[in-house]
Ligand binder design. Structure first.
Ligand code: CAA
Length: 378
């Protein structure tokens, strides 16, 4: 594995870094406090090609690959985790339509995502009674003539109330994974309604809603991939998505290290900066070491994806390690800041709340271990 970014990957990273520092970071605290969806940032990210980093230019993307994508998400997450998750899910949805769609579907839907016209993409897999056991989903899609009729309920859908393009998984056959199909549903479709945004611990700038499908009719050409092939689409989407969440965790680790380093140098106790206390120095050293390891795991998984090699296990390892490390780091960052870490005057309390979901969404840490162990034992 080559550890250096190529010129193209560096260029994408630098574009993401600039917008993250100049436009996204200054708004992060307000978005969190006011629970405001980052619509403006999404428009700006679309203009820079960052809603389709790994999407071919023919469909409005940057065509820069998975390593460039991971590097971009790291920058955005360092500035604002909430903005990074809506960006990541939009990229993931666009990539799936490119990977599994017909040429007509690609042309119809992907440019809407990459240009920002659709605002965002949403990934509607989880349901009130099934998160980890995704193959148990009970939303149905029934074929009636030249249409599919979708009925059921989805839960925890990032951007579900803003997205112009929603991937929806529904049962078209018998029980288990082989009975699941995937559909492209246009935001605002008749029969699809978003519920009230959830009150979450963190990621307040990203909207998370339930979606209800009540006789939602979509034309037959909205089936993505084959009938009964939806579970495979979900799993391979999540493989890529887990690189995105790993990258997001790296962004949080970087933000924690920067804030903790700054505070430790400024804050004095017992007549000297607390950075001179061994207790603090060891926390910084551990944080920096785990950050370096997380970066390598994320880039390794992304690099395998770019090479067209299997990367499912590596994506799970990257997501597992990076998200757990980010949670350790946010906790230690609050500890380093002492009482100030508990106030919203300093950003670390937001990092602490935002990072918590990283060991849950796109597969819990336990699911990542399941994926890794299955592959070791295969
Ligand atoms: N790529 C392609 N195909 C895959 C695959 C992969 N990575 N993993 C499994 N499959 C295929 C299998 O080959 C199998 O097909 P065949 O029988 O034809 O071989 C089929 O899918 C079923 O696979 P499993 O038997 O492994 O299925 P399972 O029911 O045991 O589930 C699981 C496996 C890993 C536990 C899976 O259910 C899983 O990943 N669960 C977690 C779901 C998840 O991450 N949800 C996140 C919600 S989305 C979200 O959070 C987004 C957001 O808004 C931020």
């Amino acid at each position: 594995m080559d550890f250096a970014l190529t010129e193209e990957q560096r260029a994408v990273r630098d574009v993401a870094r600039r917008i993250a520092r100049e436009r996204i970071a200054p708004r992060a605290r307000d978005l969190d406090r006011s629970h405001t969806y980052p619509s403006e940032a999404l428009r700006e990210l679309a203009e820079l090609g960052l809603l389709g980093v790994n999407v071919p230019e023919a469909y409005g993307g940057s065509g820069a690959g998975a390593v460039a994508y991971a590097a971009a998400i790291m920058e955005i997450a360092e500035a604002c985790c909430a903005t990074s998750v809506v960006t990541a899910v939009t990229n993931m949805v666009a990539e799936q339509i490119v990977a599994w769609g017909t040429e007509a579907q690609r042309k119809a839907w992907v440019p809407r995502l990459t240009s920002g016209a659709a605002v965002a993409g949403a990934f509607a897999l989880s349901e009130p009674q099934c998160g980890s056991d995704a193959a148990a989903l009970s939303t149905t899609a029934v074929r009636r003539g030249d249409r599919w009729v979708i009925d059921g309920a989805k839960q925890w859908i990032t951007s579900g109330d803003h997205a112009g393009v929603v991937l929806v998984w529904a049962r078209t056959g018998g029980p288990g994974p082989k009975g699941v199909s995937c559909f492209v549903v246009e935001g605002g479709a008749k029969g699809m309604a978003a519920g009230k945004p959830e009150h979450k611990m963190g990621l307040n700038g990203s909207s998370t809603v339930p979606l209800v499908f009540d006789g939602c009719e979509v034309p037959a050409d909205r089936l993505l991939g084959e009938e009964g092939g939806g579970f495979r689409i979900a799993m391979s989407a999540l493989d890529g998505g887990r690189i995105g969440i790993g990258a997001q965790a790296v962004g949080v680790l970087r933000a924690c290290l920067a804030a903790s380093r700054r505070y430790a140098r400024d804050r004095k106790a017992f007549g000297k900066p607390i950075a001179e206390q061994e207790a603090i120095r060891w926390k910084l050293a551990d944080m920096a070491t785990e950050l370096a390891a997380a970066e390598l795991l994320v880039f390794r998984a992304a690099s395998l994806k770019d090479l067209g090699q299997p990367f499912s296990r590596e994506a799970s390892m990257a997501k597992l390690f990076a998200s757990e490390a980010a949670n350790r780091a946010t906790s230690q960052a609050v500890q380093i800041h002492g009482g100030y870490g508990y106030l919203d005057e300093f950003p670390v309390e937001r990092y602490f709340r935002d990072a918590r979901v990283q060991t849950l969404y796109e597969g819990t840490s336990e699911i990542q271990r399941t994926v890794i162990a299955r592959q070791i034992l295969r």
